[in-house]
Design a binder for this molecule. Structure first.
Ligand code: DX5
Ligand code: ZN
Length: 210
Protein backbone atom coordinates (compact mmCIF):
# COMPACT_ATOMS: atom_id res chain seq x y z
CA UNK A 1 0.00 0.00 0.00
CA UNK A 2 1.21 3.47 -0.83
CA UNK A 3 1.20 5.89 2.11
CA UNK A 4 1.40 9.62 1.55
CA UNK A 5 1.72 11.22 4.99
CA UNK A 6 0.35 14.77 5.04
CA UNK A 7 2.87 17.22 6.45
CA UNK A 8 -0.01 19.48 7.49
CA UNK A 9 0.11 17.62 10.80
CA UNK A 10 3.91 17.80 11.13
CA UNK A 11 5.90 20.18 13.33
CA UNK A 12 6.84 22.86 10.79
CA UNK A 13 9.74 24.07 12.93
CA UNK A 14 11.37 20.66 12.39
CA UNK A 15 9.99 19.79 8.98
CA UNK A 16 13.18 18.17 7.67
CA UNK A 17 13.38 15.81 10.67
CA UNK A 18 9.69 14.95 10.44
CA UNK A 19 10.08 14.05 6.77
CA UNK A 20 13.20 11.99 7.46
CA UNK A 21 11.22 9.99 9.99
CA UNK A 22 8.48 9.00 7.56
CA UNK A 23 11.00 8.28 4.82
CA UNK A 24 13.10 6.04 7.08
CA UNK A 25 9.94 4.23 8.16
CA UNK A 26 9.09 3.30 4.56
CA UNK A 27 6.52 5.87 3.38
CA UNK A 28 6.76 6.20 -0.40
CA UNK A 29 5.15 9.60 -0.99
CA UNK A 30 4.83 12.85 0.96
CA UNK A 31 1.53 14.75 0.74
CA UNK A 32 1.86 18.52 0.59
CA UNK A 33 -1.38 20.44 1.18
CA UNK A 34 -1.39 23.84 -0.50
CA UNK A 35 -4.24 26.15 0.59
CA UNK A 36 -4.96 29.67 -0.56
CA UNK A 37 -7.50 31.06 1.92
CA UNK A 38 -9.91 31.39 -1.01
CA UNK A 39 -10.85 27.99 -2.38
CA UNK A 40 -10.60 26.76 1.22
CA UNK A 41 -10.75 28.80 4.44
CA UNK A 42 -7.14 28.19 5.44
CA UNK A 43 -3.65 29.17 4.25
CA UNK A 44 -0.59 26.95 4.22
CA UNK A 45 2.49 27.23 2.02
CA UNK A 46 3.69 27.54 -1.54
CA UNK A 47 6.46 26.47 -3.95
CA UNK A 48 9.46 27.44 -1.72
CA UNK A 49 8.44 24.82 0.82
CA UNK A 50 8.15 22.17 -1.90
CA UNK A 51 11.63 23.14 -3.06
CA UNK A 52 13.09 22.71 0.44
CA UNK A 53 11.37 19.33 0.81
CA UNK A 54 12.86 18.23 -2.53
CA UNK A 55 16.33 18.87 -1.12
CA UNK A 56 15.90 16.77 2.00
CA UNK A 57 14.19 13.61 0.74
CA UNK A 58 13.71 11.20 -2.12
CA UNK A 59 10.01 10.74 -1.54
CA UNK A 60 7.49 11.32 -4.33
CA UNK A 61 6.21 14.84 -3.75
CA UNK A 62 2.43 14.62 -3.94
CA UNK A 63 1.15 18.19 -4.14
CA UNK A 64 -2.55 18.71 -3.38
CA UNK A 65 -3.57 22.13 -4.63
CA UNK A 66 -6.61 23.45 -2.76
CA UNK A 67 -6.46 26.74 -4.59
CA UNK A 68 -8.36 28.69 -7.22
CA UNK A 69 -6.65 29.40 -10.54
CA UNK A 70 -3.99 26.70 -10.24
CA UNK A 71 -2.91 27.58 -13.80
CA UNK A 72 -1.13 30.60 -12.31
CA UNK A 73 1.02 28.50 -9.99
CA UNK A 74 1.37 25.07 -11.56
CA UNK A 75 4.66 25.89 -13.30
CA UNK A 76 6.21 27.16 -10.07
CA UNK A 77 5.21 23.96 -8.26
CA UNK A 78 6.62 21.81 -11.07
CA UNK A 79 9.88 23.81 -11.04
CA UNK A 80 10.07 23.29 -7.28
CA UNK A 81 10.09 19.52 -7.64
CA UNK A 82 6.44 18.43 -7.49
CA UNK A 83 6.04 14.89 -8.89
CA UNK A 84 2.25 14.80 -8.73
CA UNK A 85 -0.03 17.79 -9.10
CA UNK A 86 -3.62 17.36 -7.98
CA UNK A 87 -6.23 20.03 -8.61
CA UNK A 88 -9.88 20.28 -7.60
CA UNK A 89 -12.79 19.76 -9.96
CA UNK A 90 -14.65 22.47 -8.00
CA UNK A 91 -12.10 25.27 -8.30
CA UNK A 92 -11.94 28.03 -10.90
CA UNK A 93 -9.27 26.93 -13.33
CA UNK A 94 -7.94 26.73 -16.82
CA UNK A 95 -7.86 22.93 -16.78
CA UNK A 96 -6.31 22.61 -20.25
CA UNK A 97 -3.39 24.77 -19.16
CA UNK A 98 -2.81 22.76 -15.99
CA UNK A 99 -3.08 19.46 -17.82
CA UNK A 100 -0.65 20.48 -20.54
CA UNK A 101 1.87 21.93 -18.08
CA UNK A 102 1.94 18.75 -16.00
CA UNK A 103 2.15 16.45 -19.04
CA UNK A 104 4.87 18.56 -20.64
CA UNK A 105 6.94 18.30 -17.46
CA UNK A 106 6.50 14.51 -17.53
CA UNK A 107 4.78 14.53 -14.13
CA UNK A 108 1.55 12.97 -12.89
CA UNK A 109 -1.81 14.70 -12.83
CA UNK A 110 -4.56 14.12 -10.28
CA UNK A 111 -8.12 15.40 -10.02
CA UNK A 112 -9.81 15.72 -6.67
CA UNK A 113 -13.47 15.80 -5.70
CA UNK A 114 -14.94 17.13 -2.47
CA UNK A 115 -17.27 14.97 -0.33
CA UNK A 116 -20.51 16.44 -1.74
CA UNK A 117 -19.50 16.33 -5.41
CA UNK A 118 -21.17 13.67 -7.55
CA UNK A 119 -18.60 10.98 -8.35
CA UNK A 120 -19.78 10.82 -11.98
CA UNK A 121 -17.95 14.11 -12.72
CA UNK A 122 -14.69 12.15 -12.84
CA UNK A 123 -15.77 10.78 -16.23
CA UNK A 124 -14.67 14.00 -17.87
CA UNK A 125 -11.12 13.56 -16.55
CA UNK A 126 -10.36 9.85 -16.58
CA UNK A 127 -8.70 9.84 -19.99
CA UNK A 128 -6.19 12.50 -18.85
CA UNK A 129 -5.40 11.84 -15.23
CA UNK A 130 -3.10 9.44 -13.37
CA UNK A 131 -4.95 9.74 -10.08
CA UNK A 132 -8.35 10.46 -8.59
CA UNK A 133 -8.25 12.00 -5.10
CA UNK A 134 -11.41 11.35 -3.14
CA UNK A 135 -11.79 13.76 -0.22
CA UNK A 136 -13.22 12.07 2.86
CA UNK A 137 -13.53 15.38 4.76
CA UNK A 138 -14.29 18.91 3.57
CA UNK A 139 -10.90 20.23 2.45
CA UNK A 140 -9.25 22.94 4.53
CA UNK A 141 -8.11 21.42 7.80
CA UNK A 142 -6.35 18.37 9.14
CA UNK A 143 -7.65 16.38 12.10
CA UNK A 144 -11.29 16.11 10.95
CA UNK A 145 -13.51 13.05 11.23
CA UNK A 146 -13.64 10.59 8.32
CA UNK A 147 -16.96 10.68 6.43
CA UNK A 148 -18.09 7.02 6.25
CA UNK A 149 -20.03 7.39 2.97
CA UNK A 150 -16.60 7.77 1.34
CA UNK A 151 -16.33 3.97 1.32
CA UNK A 152 -19.31 3.64 -1.05
CA UNK A 153 -18.02 6.58 -3.08
CA UNK A 154 -14.65 4.85 -3.51
CA UNK A 155 -16.42 1.74 -4.82
CA UNK A 156 -18.42 3.87 -7.27
CA UNK A 157 -15.24 5.52 -8.52
CA UNK A 158 -13.62 2.13 -9.05
CA UNK A 159 -16.49 1.14 -11.35
CA UNK A 160 -15.71 4.15 -13.55
CA UNK A 161 -11.93 4.20 -13.01
CA UNK A 162 -10.77 0.63 -12.46
CA UNK A 163 -7.04 1.20 -13.02
CA UNK A 164 -4.68 3.90 -11.80
CA UNK A 165 -4.24 5.57 -8.48
CA UNK A 166 -7.24 6.14 -6.27
CA UNK A 167 -6.20 8.23 -3.31
CA UNK A 168 -8.28 9.06 -0.25
CA UNK A 169 -7.64 12.04 2.02
CA UNK A 170 -9.15 13.09 5.31
CA UNK A 171 -9.50 11.39 8.69
CA UNK A 172 -7.70 8.22 7.63
CA UNK A 173 -6.40 6.06 10.47
CA UNK A 174 -5.48 2.43 11.03
CA UNK A 175 -9.10 1.54 11.86
CA UNK A 176 -10.79 2.84 8.72
CA UNK A 177 -7.88 2.29 6.31
CA UNK A 178 -8.60 -1.46 5.76
CA UNK A 179 -12.19 -0.57 4.74
CA UNK A 180 -11.13 1.97 2.14
CA UNK A 181 -8.45 -0.35 0.81
CA UNK A 182 -11.08 -3.03 0.36
CA UNK A 183 -13.19 -0.49 -1.54
CA UNK A 184 -10.36 -0.06 -4.05
CA UNK A 185 -8.23 2.76 -2.68
CA UNK A 186 -4.51 2.24 -3.34
CA UNK A 187 -3.00 5.46 -1.96
CA UNK A 188 -3.70 6.57 1.61
CA UNK A 189 -3.15 10.12 2.81
CA UNK A 190 -2.81 10.40 6.56
CA UNK A 191 -1.84 13.46 8.57
CA UNK A 192 -2.73 13.39 12.25
CA UNK A 193 -2.75 9.61 12.52
CA UNK A 194 0.90 9.53 11.35
CA UNK A 195 2.52 12.67 12.75
CA UNK A 196 0.39 12.58 15.90
CA UNK A 197 1.25 8.93 16.59
CA UNK A 198 3.31 7.97 19.61
CA UNK A 199 5.45 5.74 17.41
CA UNK A 200 5.56 7.24 13.91
CA UNK A 201 7.76 4.49 12.49
CA UNK A 202 5.50 1.67 13.65
CA UNK A 203 2.40 3.50 12.40
CA UNK A 204 3.87 4.05 8.93
CA UNK A 205 4.85 0.40 8.75
CA UNK A 206 1.35 -0.73 9.71
CA UNK A 207 -0.17 1.43 6.98
CA UNK A 208 2.13 0.18 4.24
CA UNK A 209 1.52 -3.44 5.19
CA UNK A 210 -2.21 -3.07 4.43
C1 DX5 B 1 -7.39 18.46 4.28
C2 DX5 B 1 -6.09 17.99 3.66
C3 DX5 B 1 -5.60 16.71 4.19
C4 DX5 B 1 -5.28 16.71 5.66
C5 DX5 B 1 -5.39 15.32 6.16
O1 DX5 B 1 -7.88 19.54 3.59
O2 DX5 B 1 -6.23 17.85 2.26
O3 DX5 B 1 -4.52 16.21 3.43
O4 DX5 B 1 -4.00 17.19 5.94
O5 DX5 B 1 -5.19 15.34 7.53
P1 DX5 B 1 -5.83 14.25 8.49
O6 DX5 B 1 -5.25 12.93 8.09
O7 DX5 B 1 -5.43 14.71 9.83
O8 DX5 B 1 -7.32 14.30 8.28
ZN1 ZN C 1 -4.62 16.78 1.13
Amino acid sequence: MILSPSILAADFSRLGDEISKIEAAGAQWVHIDVMDGHFVPNITFGPPVVKCISKVCNLIKDVHLMIDNPEKYVDAFLDSGADIITVHHECNMDYEYVKNAVKKAGKLLGISIKPKTDVSVIKEYIDDVDMILLMSVEPGFGGQKFMPDSIERAKEIRKIYPEGYLQIDGGINLSNAPLVVEAGVNVLVAGSSVFGAEDIEKTVQEFIKL
